[in-house]
Structure formats: C-alpha cells, structure tokens
Design a protein around this ligand. Sequence first.
Ligand SMILES: Cc1ncc(COP(=O)(O)O)c(C=O)c1O
Length: 463
Amino acid sequence: MEYDKSRRSFIGKVSAGTIAYMAAYTMPVFARTTNDPDTLAILGGTPVRDRMKWPEWPYRNQQIIDNLTETTNSGIWSRVDSPHGRVASWEDDFKALIGTNYCVATGSGTQAISTCMFALGIGPGDEVITSPYTDMGTVSAILTCQALPVFADLDPDTYQLDPKEVELKITSRTKAILPVHILGAPCDMGSIMAIAKRHGLFVVEDAAQAHLATFRGQHVGTIGNLGCFSFQASKQIPCGEGGAVAGNDEKLMDTVYTVMNHGTARTAKKDWKGRVLGEHVTIGPKYRMNEFQAAVLQGQLSTIRKRFDKRMENGSYLTGLLKGFPGLTVQKKYEGTDSVAHYLFGMRYNKEYFDNIPRDLFLKAINAEGVGLTGYISNGLHREPWVDNIMERKVYNTMIGKQRMKEWRESMRNFPMCDKVCAEMAGLYAVGTLLGTKRDMDTIAEAVMKVYKNRDKLSKVKI
Ligand SMILES: Cc1ncc(COP(=O)(O)O)c(C=O)c1O
C-alpha cells in the first residue's frame, strides 16, 4: 500500500492473513458506539483497529520466569556474592551483541551516563554539550557530578544534535560532547567525532534508546570514548530498570567499573568464596545492577536480534506506506545509517496539510482509532524549572562564575528547532508496535488516512 497523491488515498492490497490475525486478537480497543467505519472513532464511529490488539510490551517469556526462579533459589542476588553470577555473564552477552571489548552493567541508563562523567574526571567547573530533546536522565547524569549541561539546537529533520550548533557551544570549559541517539536512530557521528577530535573533547554516547543500531558499520554506543544504554521497562531490551556502559579502552573501562562499584576496583581482595572484601581506591557512587535485573535480560537474549530485525522490517514498510503523504514527515536518517533501533517511529505533523487542525487533536483522533501516536517530549529540557534552580547553587556560581552562569541562563532560552520538533512530533510508540504484522502496519496508514479524509468534521471538535 502506498499513498497516491492524485487520489489522496492509500492504494494497494490488504496483507494476507488479515482475517486470521483479526480473529486471533479480539480484545476491543475502544467501545464501539456505531457500526460506521467511515465516521471517526472520536465522533462515535468504529475504530480502524476495532477488536485488534498490539503485541504486548514489555516483552515476557517463560525463560525470564525460569531465570528469576533460579536466581532466587541460588542465593546469589548481588554481583558481589559471586564473580560468576548473572550480571557478569550479561556483561559478556551484551558485549557480544554490540561488538565492544568491555561492558559494565549499572542500575539504570542515568547511572551509566553518570558513571562515565565521574570516570572521565568531569566535575565542578566543567561543561558538557548535549541535546535539549532527551530524557531528563541525560541531564541528571551531568548534574550528579556537578558539571554544567550546555544545550545545542537540533537538526529539525533528524531531531538529533546539529553538529554545527555543537561547535558553536564549545568554550574553554567544555570537556565532553554527549550526543543522544534519539528515538533509536544514530546521530551524525562522523561530524561529532571530527569536532571532538579538533577540540580535544571526550564523546560519551547516550544510546539509551538505540541498542543494536549501526552507523557506518559500527554499533552506536561503541563509536565515542564511552557509550551508555538503558534497560528501563520501555526500552527495546527491558528489565524494569537497568543500564550499561560500553567501551574499548581497557584502562578507562576499569575506571568505569571502579566508579560504578563505589570506588572498589575489579582487582580488590576477595574472600575464599570470591566475595569482594572492599578496598575503596577512589570516590564513586554505588550503581550496581543486581542479579534479578540480569536474570530478566538474559531471559530475552536469544530473541533480541529477531525483534530488532522485525522492527527494522516494519519500520521500512511503514516508511513506504507513508511515502509521498505530505501530512506526516518521517524522521530523516543521516547518510551512513545502516540500521535503526526504532524506540519511537518518529514523524512530524504538518498542520497545514490537515487544514490547521491542532496537533493534539490529530493525536487524539488517531488514538481513538486504536493507533498510539504520541507528541512524546512536550517541552525541550531548556524549558524545565531546573534551569532556574541551578542558578542558585553555590557550586555553579563558585566554579563557573556568576557572569558565565548569566550567559548560560540566557543561552538556555533559544532552541527554536527543538521547540519546533516538540510542537510537531507525532511519533509512533514503536518498541512493541513495530513487532506487529503487516496488517497492523496497514492499519496505521488507514487511521491516518481516515483522519485526513474527515479533517473537516474533526476541525469542529473542541479539545
Ligand atoms: C535518551 C535517554 N537517555 C537517558 C535515559 C535514562 O535512562 P534510565 O531511565 O534507564 O535511567 C533515557 C531513559 O528514558 C533515555 O531515553
């Protein structure tokens, strides 16, 4: 099926197996109030996905349950209870998945980034350049070591940090660039690495949403000095809360381990059972992943790649379906992007094409049809109150200085491209959704088309 501009509709065949699929998934999405499939569901018609169910998320299987039982019975609940527990073997598993030499597991993605900041010696008086279009975890991690997060604006077509904007934000205090592979698509890592090299900066990749995505043949999270991942419940590889740092430099990754382990090195003395006795060689928080988190992750291991491939396949199919439809612009990918992890399937809503119906009303109408489009991040992080809160902190005023803090506050007002992306985003929650069938993908395009065709009626709805 593809959008036909001349007829202003999608054309093509309904996928084979539709009827069998619909029979198998009979949970009603929304209560039906009329039998009219042409009337918008928000106005009482039958939803496009009436009685259809999306694949469940977070992913679960019997192996996860068996692993949890085994870990419970083993009595090994923390990595300090055994050097051969599940956390240590998950680090090996994840290393193999993303092709890196070293991996250190953490309790969350935020902890992973925070660990990197400490391990690189970033602290009070230092600045780290990152994106305003991200989870607060990215920024919290910079704040934990009392460095100053400095934002650069986005490329509005990719929603990623614009490398030109990054270079403009470099000062003598800048220590690192923290690119965020937002929605699971790679940043322009070629340009970012070149800028870092020119200015002698570290690169810590926030790949919290981008497990297994590749750029110029390398997995994201393995291109910079260090890379960070999240295994939080909404992520592609979920365990409730969890994270990891990846890297190829042995010495640096040993430091990462020591920081994660409240300053206790891998080489610390152990007792006769292999339990660490403790030897706190440096300052570090305690950010350990526990054995139950790793048990859940290992229960998914054999099928992680299969789910990644399926999202890629459906993502390409959906891109094909929406091709040529000016109402929604699909997230652009940088040249060199080999694969995308699809945390969200990013799209920007072009209001003009929908007779200026507000984005949020469009989202409401699409959701009523059973398709979970979202505005995602409603405001860039530069618009959150922490920006003022930090101005009162003694450490920033002392270490950065009042003048620079004033300049910084001013600079935090002006990210027009980020504001545009926040205002126009109409992304599809993709982690579970893109594991659906071709018929499921067809219903997304059908719901969009239905709303488009009924835009005159929708424009009368008040939100
Ligand atoms: C881009 C990004 N960075 C960092 C984080 C923080 O990860 P966590 O929630 O595991 O602490 C998240 C999680 O939502 C994220 O999406």
